[in-house]
Design a protein around this ligand. Structure first.
Ligand code: SF4
Length: 300
């Protein structure tokens, strides 16, 4: 059988590895974060409904109608008009009637700007889960990395999303404070996470991407990247101060330690595991070096 190629999102979270991938927008409407090279060179646009229908026909051939999860790209689909998104969600479910989860990336500022009724409409139309990049909750660091939002906005937007009935993932970017600001980064991040209590806290570790502002800052000596040991201590500081009910996940290849569990009940066990690993790294220069080397070799 010949299956039509279609325009799938170039990026998706690891948790969507088996999902139908559908592009409703292309690129990032912000595209200014100092660490991110994901959509550089892609002009942001909302796709036409006809293109989306065509892609859905091809996707249905490829995945089969029994698919149970679908991921919408690119980086901030919720920036599109609500009426349009509701229509798209209807078309999606016609092509895939067995879907149990429809997920999208979005930005904290986009959520903060949306009113709760609009978010409820999207939820009722079938969108179930949102992935949002918090990166850090430290206000100065948010400015430095040009995230384009404040801790207050991300708390406001995230809380609205939860109130509207979405499952919410917040992403934390370990190491983005470097050697100099890791404690501020951890403490600010904890403040936001505790205020929001997202369903999922997903850890990522900063990897300098050539062509980005952070990469340039490192080359020019302005930013001192955090060592693996600093990142592990930062992870510990975050974890020990969390007082929220969330699934704490380390579901990415960029992380130095694999620490996962439910908060609050698994916290002590996770801290013990992490302490054990920190002790091993502290006492083994070889292990430290291998962590550094492995991290350098990751290409995103
Ligand atoms: S991190 Fe997200 S919001 Fe920032 S530029 Fe990249 S895709 Fe856009």
């Amino acid at each position: 059988m010949f299956i039509m190629p279609y325009d799938a999102p170039p990026w998706r979270p690891p948790s969507e590895a088996y999902s139908v991938l559908l592009r409703v927008t292309q690129g990032c409407p912000w595209n200014k974060c100092a660490f991110c090279g994901m959509y550089k060179g892609i002009k942001f646009q909302v796709k036409k409904l006809e293109e989306i229908r065509r892609d859905l026909r091809a996707a249905a051939q490829l995945y089969g109608q029994e698919a149970s999860t679908l991921f919408i790209g690119d980086s901030d689909s919720l920036v599109a008009k609500v009426d349009f998104l509701v229509e798209v969600l209807g078309v999606i479910q016609k092509h895939f009637p067995s879907l149990k989860r429809i997920t999208s990336y979005t930005r904290g500022r986009t959520l903060a700007k949306r009113n709760i009724e609009d978010l409820r409409r999207l939820r009722e139309a079938g969108l179930t889960r949102l992935h949002v990049g918090l990166e850090t909750g430290d206000p100065l660091l948010l400015e430095y990395i040009q995230k384009g939002l404040t801790p207050r906005e991300i708390i406001e937007g995230s809380s609205k999303a939860i109130e509207a009935g979405f499952q919410l993932s917040l992403y934390v970017l370990l190491g983005i404070g470097g050697e100099d600001r890791w404690e501020d980064h951890a403490r600010g991040t904890v403040r936001v996470l505790n205020a929001v209590s997202p369903h999922f806290i997903r850890l990522r570790t900063f990897i300098p991407i050539p062509g980005t502002l952070m990469y340039k800052r490192i080359q020019e000596g302005e930013f001192k990247p955090a060592s693996p040991l600093t990142v592990l201590k930062e992870t510990r500081l975050i974890l020990e101060n969390l007082a929220c009910s969330s699934l704490f996940l380390s579901d990415h290849v960029s992380n130095y330690a694999y620490v996962e569990g439910k908060l609050p009940q698994d916290k002590n066990e996770m801290l013990e595991e992490l302490d054990g690993f920190i002790g091993e790294v502290e006492s083994s220069p070889t292990l430290l070096k291998s962590l550094e080397e492995r991290h350098r070799e990751i290409h995103l």
